[in-house]
Design a protein around this ligand. Structure first.
Ligand code: NCD
Length: 351
């Protein structure tokens, strides 16, 4: 049985198959209208969400399935002290599939190890957000025809921005993709994200714009800052206006996972290069393709995925990791491609 924690859980070929399936769903919706009839999805959101939760729910309804939701999950059983594992085991008794968002990094991994149904990570703290990446990939493929050779600008909060981290993982597997990381010094990409990719870092959106095929704008995320003054100082770092966009190529696509605060002026919305609302719709189709595929795979196999983890015995030092709160959860470390021993839940380096 397969869960989706990180976009790297899918090979490039599998992602292409998912995108092809989404295209088929767009072209022939009737073919899929009852394909998940009798199946239930649970949406467990321990962090605020509008579009991601609704996108999952709309996707399941369009496939003929139904949804139960633990609204404001952070204020329900978790507030009584229930662990993520116990919640996942309990909810597995009610549904065929779980989509979960949680503020702690690695929480979806923990849920997937406890659940008896597939778990989809709908965002775990500042770590990963694979289904947003599915929306991003379909949008890029539809707008640019493919991924090889693209220069992709990532702008805003690159430190805590989980959408950016998952998108880099996905795109770095295509040929000759270059990244331009545009952020204030304090919100630069974490080091573990930079290994093995072609990335230039700058603080200037204006300098980067002329070279970009894709501009991926992100919100400076108030909820990730421990110090509100630091957020106030950084929150207006970037704002894309029609004037600035005039520096970009005529076929550059502007993406944003949304919600936007003020980082893209509404005056940009009518520019044909603005793709962020198309991205929302593409996200629903990719989630339909994912739900359909996971339920189909779960029907064919009941083998639980092998647990990763090589070294145990030392604590994870990341205070945002699920290890810091989950009962009796021992940190596990594996050696990643950059040769560093990293926590399997949040990817932070062992010290
Ligand atoms: C993003 C997220 O939750 O990480 N939004 C989303 O899922 N569409 C980005 C954000 O909240 O800024």
């Amino acid at each position: 049985m397969r869960s989706v924690i990180d976009i790297l859980d899918y090979s490039v070929d599998e992602l292409e198959v998912l995108m092809d399936l989404a295209e088929d769903m767009i072209a022939y919706p009737d073919k899929y209208a009852h394909s998940c009839a009798g199946k239930k999805l649970a949406t467990l959101f321990f962090e605020p969400s509008t579009r991601t939760r609704m996108s999952f729910e709309a996707a399941m309804y369009e496939l003929g399935g139904s949804v139960i939701t633990m609204e404001d999950a952070g204020n329900s059983s978790a507030a009584k002290g229930e662990s993520v594992s116990d919640t996942a085991k309990t909810v597995s008794c009610y549904v065929d599939l779980i989509a979960m968002r949680h503020p702690k990094e690695g929480a979806a991994q923990v849920a997937s190890e406890a659940a008896s149904v597939p778990v989809i990570n709908a965002g775990d703290g500042g770590h990963c957000h694979p289904t947003q990446t599915l929306a991003d990939l379909l949008t890029i493929r539809r707008e640019m025809g493919g991924f090889d050779g693209l220069t992709v600008g990532l702008c805003g909060d690159l430190y805590y921005g989980r959408t950016v981290h998952s998108l880099i993982h996905a795109l770095s597997r295509y040929k000759n993709v270059k990244f331009v990381a545009i952020s204030p010094l304090e919100l630069r990409l974490p080091d573990y994200m930079k290994s093995g990719i072609d990335v230039t870092e700058t603080a200037s959106l204006e300098d980067a714009l002329p070279s970009l095929d894709i501009l991926y704008m992100t919100r400076i995320q108030r909820e990730r800052f421990d110090d509100p003054k630091e957020y106030e100082r950084l929150k207006d770092s970037y704002m894309l206006t029609p004037d600035k966009l005039s520096l970009a190529k005529s076929d550059c696509s502007v993406l944003h996972p949304l919600p936007r605060v003020n980082e893209i002026s509404v005056k940009v919305d009518d520019d044909p290069r603005a793709c962020y609302f198309k991205q929302v719709l593409n996200g629903k189709y990719m989630r339909m393709a994912l739900i359909y595929t996971l339920l189909d795979e779960a029907r064919r196999s009941s083998v639980k995925a092998e647990k990763v983890g090589i070294v145990t015995g030392q604590p994870c030092r990341n205070p945002r990791c699920i290890c810091s709160v989950e009962q009796e959860l021992e940190a596990r470390f594996r050696i990643t491609l950059d040769g560093v021993s990293r926590c399997v839940f949040c990817d932070s380096a062992a010290r």
